[in-house]
Ligand binder design. Sequence first.
Ligand SMILES: Nc1ncnc2c1ncn2[C@@H]1O[C@H](COP(=O)(O)OP(=O)(O)OP(=O)(O)O)[C@@H](O)[C@H]1O
Ligand SMILES: [Mg+2]
Length: 276
Amino acid sequence: MLETQDLTVRFGGHVAVNAVSCRFEPGTLTAIVGPNGAGKTTYFNLISGQLRATAGRVRLNGQDLSALPASARTRAGLGRAFQLTNLFPNLSVLENVRLAVQATREGAHRRGLDLFSIWSDHGQLTQRAREILASVAMGAQEAMAVASLPHGDQRKLEVALLMALEPQVYMFDEPTAGMSHDEAPVILNLIRALKKDRSKTILLVEHKMDVVRELADRIIVLHNGALVADGPPAEVIASPVVQQAYLGVGPQDACAQDGTPPQPGLPPRGGRRTNP
Ligand SMILES: Nc1ncnc2c1ncn2[C@@H]1O[C@H](COP(=O)(O)OP(=O)(O)OP(=O)(O)O)[C@@H](O)[C@H]1O
Ligand SMILES: [Mg+2]
């Protein structure tokens, strides 16, 4: 189980993630929603170790990862989509995925310098890399240099590399942003397939509420860096904080819907945008 306890980061005077305590169970997909600037990506960065927390803890299966760098957290089982800047832009798509598969397997069982096993490994690694590329519908692009891929394919490749890691925890940050109508379903199908593996914990930052409604077992809402709602999708979607942030329902309307007064400090109406 992944757990954050009072996880906090300050940038100067600004608290971007404010004492967020949350547990994420294997076999569940948790959607993380909230308006732009709420702290969702920063929360992921604190979990994966791309950013060091000002305070608080990150634990995976009871192991405290808070002091570890990102690479060690990846080895421990936290999977964050690769930044394409970490890749080898002049190598092919297939070679990049094969390197990611190789890096993962070597971590698990490094073999000696035996030419036969290196050769047979190479074949197996290539086969696994091809399977992963097929799963993101990128088989046809395997020989292309990463640097020459269109934007949608770059995003799909990020997901392919995350698959190659075979992590315990998958963190998807707006995985279909910038994808075409043809490309987005490929990624959503992959997430649907992943959900069937009950040993995996999936965190999904997503602005598209239809996607959240379909995929999430649970929704948490971040607002101004703080956790303001947490619960089953239907309940959270009906809550005033989500109604206002996503559906443009004003405090009066939200109040009228369930009879409770609006929560203070809500985001401005229509204040969200979709990331580029
Ligand atoms: N490295 C940084 N230095 C200073 N401020 C930062 C840094 N990273 C994020 N922030 C600030 O932290 C806040 C949270 O940003 P974050 O990117 O986490 O929001 P988000 O919820 O992912 O938004 P979006 O939906 O637009 O992706 C913002 O006010 C942002 O400007
Ligand atoms: Mg973000």
